[in-house]
Design a protein around this ligand. Structure first.
Ligand code: ATP
Ligand code: CA
Ligand code: CA
Length: 405
């Protein structure tokens, strides 16, 4: 149990932070008994704060006093409703069982917590990300309301935990990856190349998150193949989401891509015993979405919303093929969308490009640096998704030929 030491040399354990988050969410959720606001919320600037003096955790151990604030409670109530998250479900998920810390493959110091049913992730955010979410909340809510098929993260809560000199801002969001079906590969993709490779440490993990260079050279050197109309609809959604992120002056976001191999024998490991019914539902979904030849719009609506009643984890997944003809189901969404391009990022970008210019024999150009002004970031991102990652389907013969190149 790693310890965080604050300025007063008081020790705050990670366990206490997790317990306090739980108590904070529980208190706020118990207070919210009113029905979903039927008009568009306007409490974007409201904060509901509670001091916890002399409380004990759910195991009855004393914990240090802390305060817990919930930002824009009605707005997030409204957003949860929009994302199909029931209040009871949210309450039970956060309040009835403990959170677990996820190991973060990222370079930032953010901590990610996973709820024990794997449905939600709670992530600590940096100060500039917190400021940007406060400023963008109104526009984010409007956008998500008008674009139900958006792939942007489904942010379900925004909080602040304070204890002595520790001050942590947190967001909760839906976990993009299902837990009952095996995800054989996981990629965090941005369209940059410099440094975009999973570290040796990451590779040793049970379920590593790979990056752009691993995708391009090790796993999918010809990309992943989607039915043309599905692909167009899908890329259009990504384009629209990139457009709004550009307007928000945001960069450094990724697409998280989880790949499930339908026909793999490696279905089950000791934790995920993908059951037969789910396996059949996945195959059915793949076949019916692949066979469907209705217009672009309805495919889009279908792929996003076709929910298998008994297999909620499959909804939103997209059928595809690898260059070797493997049948795949893809789980896709944007993550890490809160980093604004400010003075610091501009300086870092300039410094990195300057270093590249003066490095003798450098083969990369400034365009390959991950940090970029939002306009260029968005266009490079979209180009990478279109030209390299999500490719139009080919016939089995063409695929076979391509796989040998
Ligand atoms: P960075 O160093 O890239 O800034 P970060 O601390 O901001 O990292 P993220 O990039 O948001 O963290 O997430 C890190 C990793 O956590 C992702 O690569 C992904 O594996 C996992 N992750 C984050 N958000 C989600 C989500 N909504 N669903 C599933 N996995 C997620
Ligand atoms: Ca990231
Ligand atoms: Ca980040």
């Amino acid at each position: 149990n790693q310890k965080l030491v604050d300025d007063n040399e008081e020790i705050l354990t990670k366990q206490q932070i997790m317990d306090s988050i739980q108590l904070g969410v529980k208190y706020e959720m118990e207070k919210r008994t009113q029905p979903v606001p039927d008009s568009f919320p306007d409490d974007f600037k409201d904060i509901s704060m509670k001091m916890f003096y002399n409380w004990s955790d759910i195991n009855n151990n004393n914990i240090q006093d802390f305060s817990y604030s919930t930002y824009a409670p009605s707005t997030f109530h409204y957003l949860r409703h929009l994302f199909g998250i029931g209040e009871n479900d949210y309450f039970t998920t956060f309040c009835k069982s403990p959170l677990h810390e996820m190991s973060n493959p990222g370079a930032s110091k953010s901590i990610l917590y996973l709820t024990s049913n794997d449905k939600f992730i709670m992530k600590t955010v940096q100060h500039n990300e917190y400021i940007s979410l406060l400023g963008l909340l109104h526009r984010y809510t409007t956008y998500m309301n008008e674009n139900r098929d958006s792939l942007l993260p489904k942010v379900s809560g925004f909080y602040n935990f304070q204890c002595k000199s520790t001050d942590i801002k947190l967001v909760s969001m839906k976990n993009l990856l299902p837990s009952d079906i095996k995800i054989h590969q996981k990629f965090d993709l941005k369209g940059a190349t410099i440094g975009r490779k999973a570290s040796d440490n990451e590779r040793k993990k049970k379920s590593p998150t790979f990056q752009d260079l691993d995708f391009n050279y090790e796993f999918h050197h010809k990309g992943i193949f989607l039915k043309p109309d599905t692909r167009l609809a899908f890329l259009k959604t990504i384009e629209k989401d990139c457009e709004i992120l550009k307007d928000f002056n945001i960069m450094d976001y990724s697409i998280l891509l989880g790949v499930h191999y339908i026909d793999s024998d490696l279905q089950a490991d000791e934790n995920t015993s993908t059951n037969e019914a789910l396996r059949k539902a996945a195959t059915d979904r793949w076949e019916s979405l692949m066979a469907d030849s209705v217009g672009e719009k309805s495919i889009q609506a279908k792929a996003w919303t076709l929910s298998d009643k008994n297999h909620a984890s499959l909804s939103g997944s997209i059928p595809a093929k690898s260059v070797y003809g493997d049948r795949l189901l893809l789980f896709v969404g944007f993550i890490d969308i809160l980093k604004p391009f400010g003075i610091l990022q501009n300086q870092e970008y300039r410094l990195k490009s300057f270093k590249l210019k003066v490095t003798p024999g450098a083969t990369e150009t400034a365009d390959s640096i991950y940090i970029q002004p939002p306009v260029f970031y968005a266009s490079r991102f979209l180009k990478y998704m279109t030209d390299t990652v999500f490719r139009p389907m080919l016939s089995p013969q063409e695929l076979e030929k391509l796989s040998q190149q």
